[in-house]
Design a protein around this ligand. Structure first.
Ligand code: CMC
Length: 392
């Protein structure tokens, strides 16, 4: 029809019906398939949560077992894929590596192109869940100039990731259960967030019937940006700058209010949450617990707390309903685990993967699904005549 409704940034536009995640931004409510995030964070684990998101129900013991074993079967990368890493510059950002290598999975698993073959689609999901931590850990090893460490299927998902990150052939890495638990919790709270930028990207690309690897690779690209998943890296960089500047948080709060300089408080504000971000509450509590347990006194944690206190009392932030979001404290936890800053968004991607898979599957399973194809309001020139180059 001729009438186009314009909603820049999609503030009020629903792109789909979905039964995966419920969000109430005014009340700070987040539920996966009906289960409150607080309860999942306290009682579930990441793989069980992934199953819940993808298949719609919590697994029984046999289903959970089958799922875990199914994922474990695929943790190795094809040996030829290791050679990709030789081609990347050593200082390549790991998000760039992640998105490239995930995209390249469809060159190795060409049977993934057949989207009508349900079994193949399921195997592609298992492959992604299993290989993303391996691909991620290899990107870190590459940056360190260390040999890749093969996955160890005796370990659980989070332990195995820490093992591949930090073990070397010269030194075994004893995975600290507190570290694995913290990682597990971070993955759960990142696992889905309805139609966010990267999930919408996965759906957008997937709506053309592109294969799962291509769709997820695109989602990783979307997540990388500092307004989305890249905020966790940007946030810690900002906290470091403030700490190095004598911890003068007021100066940075004032800077964030000034529209001229383009500076924003990273880890602050959210499109949907206008009261508080329930994920930030869970993460802050975990952060305090972990730092206390490790007897770590991270100055960045103090800077973050002070920044939060000052900003939350400031008229500018109150008026605009800006609160700390999921990325505000997550970086402090990653630091405590020894994860380097440029890997933070990669960890977000590992956490968000089940959500992307669930949405991709939901879309494909919807009868009468159509390609996503927004319209526009054209603002360019009206029709005009072509001018030859020598007359321009
Ligand atoms: N610092 C200073 N001002 C801000 C901030 C901030 N972090 N966030 C929003 N504002 C202001 C913004 O300038 C605007 O002011 P005005 O109405 O005077 O023009 C108002 O608040 C509304 O902001 P918006 O940009 O229209 O809001 P949005 O819904 O388009 O953007 C956001 C949401 C998350 C991109 C934004 O709050 C932001 O840039 N935050 C910093 C980056 C960040 O932490 N991102 C992670 C989001 S949570 C994890 C995830 O989902 O990826």
């Amino acid at each position: 029809t001729g009438v186009i409704t314009l909603d820049e940034g999609f503030v009020n536009t629903g792109s789909t019906r979905s039964s995966i995640t419920f969000l109430n931004g005014e009340k700070g409510v987040l539920r996966y398939r009906g289960y409150p995030i607080e309860e999942l964070a306290a009682k579930s684990d990441f793989i069980e949560t992934a199953y819940l998101l993808i298949f719609g129900e919590l697994p029984d013991a046999a289903q959970a077992d089958e799922f875990r074993v199914g994922i474990r079967e695929h943790t190795m990368l094809h040996e030829d894929m290791r050679t990709f890493y030789n081609g990347f510059p050593r200082d390549a950002h790991p998000m760039a590596i992640l998105s490239s290598v995930v995209g390249a999975l469809s060159t190795f698993y060409q049977d993934s192109m057949d989207l009508n073959d349900e079994k193949q689609v399921e195997i592609s999901m298992y492959r992604l869940l299993a290989k993303l931590p391996t691909i991620a850990a290899y990107s870190y090893k590459k940056s360190m100039g260390q040999p890749f460490i093969y996955p160890n299927n005796e370990l659980d998902y989070c332990e195995n990731f820490l093992h591949m990150m930090f073990a070397t052939p010269a030194r075994d890495y004893m995975v600290d259960p507190d570290f694995a638990e913290a990682l597990n919790l971070l993955f759960i709270v990142h696992a889905d967030h309805e139609q966010n930028c990267s999930t919408s990207t996965v759906r957008m690309v997937g709506s053309s019937n592109a294969n799962l690897f291509a769709s997820i690779s695109a989602g990783i690209g979307a997540l990388w940006g500092p307004l989305h998943g890249g905020a966790n890296e940007a946030c810690v960089n900002m906290l470091e700058t403030i700490a190095a500047d004598g911890g003068n948080v007021k100066k940075y709060v004032d800077m964030a209010k000034d529209k001229e300089n383009g500076f924003r408080l990273m880890g602050f504000g959210h499109r949907v949450y206008k009261n508080f971000d329930p994920r930030a509450t869970i993460i802050k509590a975990t952060c305090e617990k972990l730092l206390a347990k490790l007897q770590l006194d991270d100055p960045l944690f103090h800077v973050a707390q002070e920044l939060q206190d000052v900003a939350l009392k400031d008229e500018y932030f109150i008026e605009r309903k800006l609160y700390p979001n999921v990325d505000f404290y997550s970086g402090v936890i990653y630091r405590a685990l020894g994860i380097p800053v440029d890997m933070f968004t990669v960890l977000f991607a590992i956490g968000r993967l089940p959500g992307w898979l669930a949405h991709w599957k939901e879309m494909h399973d919807t009868p009468g699904k159509r390609i996503n194809r927004p319209r526009q309001v054209y603002t360019g020139s009206t029709a005009r005549e072509f001018v030859p180059i020598n007359e321009r």
